[in-house]
Design a protein around this ligand. Structure first.
Ligand code: SF4
Ligand code: SF4
Length: 398
């Protein structure tokens, strides 16, 4: 495992961090506690020393599972990152109440890296007006938190404004080779690094889209041109770690094979280790993906639930996959109906959108969701789709 130093405190953090937002799950969607704990301990035994959780992850269960995983001497081996949810704060006292509850859930006396979660311009202004600075500094003096940071999904201008507003120790941004111009972007990463602020990276694989082994033909053709052959996931992670401003890259690991792969890559991913030619190749892949991907959805779920019952990320994922992987439309329609409840009768289709706009307030990618859902509906919901699914399914069963 490679380590990088946090500029303001000298901590040596593993370049790979464990993101506890996509823990191993059972078939019914509940957390597979035994597996999740074993996986967390396995990565810690392999040198990972940064565990990232948050108040809303897994409906509040993530912090509790992290607490269990860090028993038996594991707490002392890692730094814990946890986050204050601005959307749950109505008054100054709510901040203390939530932090105290988080300490209790985690079973610790201090949270090493404490972030204000998913900030953007408006939520930052609201937190300021409610006394966030006083809260953070008091909590630090009391020893309840050690390092102060924020995670971010707004625009680059808002990012710089928040960076300049406080003496942050670290921040967490979405960054991958498709998001160099989006959100904080490369400019934001460099700006934070220029102020000695450690930068933790989330979504390095853009919700898993960049790690698909079966890349679209146009992308595969580009990767095949590389002198050194790498898997898509290795290209994506190596590209992020190549940047000098990056400290920790978070991965929501829940698959044993992926964990082994991530750990192996984290053994070699030094700063500036990709050649000019390799960086150019990745840029070409990014351009090609941008051309292929109709909707920039990462599957983060922040837009959910939809009051009209639309499964927004599922609709976008199926549509993006269809266009990127050049699936036959009939096959997409079948998968769409199966995945979105067309068979069970509790449909979660794009066409159910009533254009209330609620989802757009939460989308970090600033997707015009109702408009884009119309595209999805036009492509995926041809007449007779449900009947086709029934006959196709009975065909399969027979
Ligand atoms: S705009 Fe449409 S998709 Fe978004 S929350 Fe409202 S009904 Fe759901
Ligand atoms: S539409 Fe936006 S908020 Fe919803 S899953 Fe996609 S990226 Fe996330």
């Amino acid at each position: 495992m490679l380590y990088r130093t946090v500029p303001k405190n000298g901590d040596k953090l593993s370049i790979l961090g464990f993101g506890a937002m996509r823990l191993a799950s059972n078939e019914d969607g509940s957390i597979n506690e035994k597996k999740a704990i074993a996986q967390m301990r396995r990565v810690i035994d392999s040198g990972v020393n940064y565990i990232d959780t948050a108040w809303p992850y897994h409906g509040g269960q993530s912090e509790l599972i992290v607490a269990k995983a860090l028993k038996d001497g594991y707490r002392e081996k890692v730094k814990i990152a946890d986050k204050l949810p601005p959307w749950a704060i109505r008054k100054r006292e709510d901040m203390d109440t939530i932090l105290d509850r988080q300490l209790e859930k985690l079973g610790v006396s201090t949270i090493d890296y404490y972030l204000v979660h998913a900030l953007e311009g408006d939520s930052w202004d609201r937190m300021l007006s409610l006394g966030i600075i006083d809260f953070l500094e008091k909590a630090k003096v009391e020893g309840k938190i050690t390092n102060i940071g924020f995670s971010f999904h707004g625009s680059n201008e808002e990012f710089n404004r928040i960076i300049d507003a406080y003496d942050w120790g670290f921040c967490q941004i979405q960054y991958n080779y498709l998001d160099t111009q989006n959100q904080a972007g490369t400019a934001g990463l460099k700006y934070a690094a220029s102020k000695n602020i450690a930068v933790m990276i989330m979504e390095p694989l853009r919700g898993g889209n960049l790690s698909r082994p079966e890349a679209p033909p146009a992308i595969k053709k580009l990767w095949d041109m590389a002198e050194t052959k790498r898997t898509p996931v290795e290209w994506a992670l190596r590209w992020v770690w190549n940047s000098p401003g990056v400290t920790v890259v978070l991965s929501g690991m829940n698959d044993d094979e992926h964990i082994a792969q991530n750990l192996a890559i984290a053994e070699q991913a030094e700063v500036n280790s990709l050649s000019e030619a390799e960086l150019k190749l990745v840029a070409q892949v990014a351009d090609t993906y941008h051309d292929l991907m109709p909707i920039g959805c990462t599957g983060c779920q922040y837009c959910m639930p939809c009051p009209a019952g639309v499964n927004i990320p599922s609709c976008f994922e199926l549509y993006n996959t269809a266009l990127m992987f050049e699936e036959p439309q009939e096959r997409t329609q079948f998968r769409y109906a199966v995945m979105n409840g067309g068979v069970r009768g509790n449909k979660t289709y794009a066409s159910q959108c009533i254009e209330c706009g609620q989802c757009m307030e939460h989308c970090p990618q600033h997707i015009q969701i109702p408009e884009r859902l119309k595209e999805v509906a036009a492509f995926c919901e041809a007449d007779g789709i449900v009947e086709n699914v029934h006959s196709a399914l009975s065909g399969n069963i027979d």
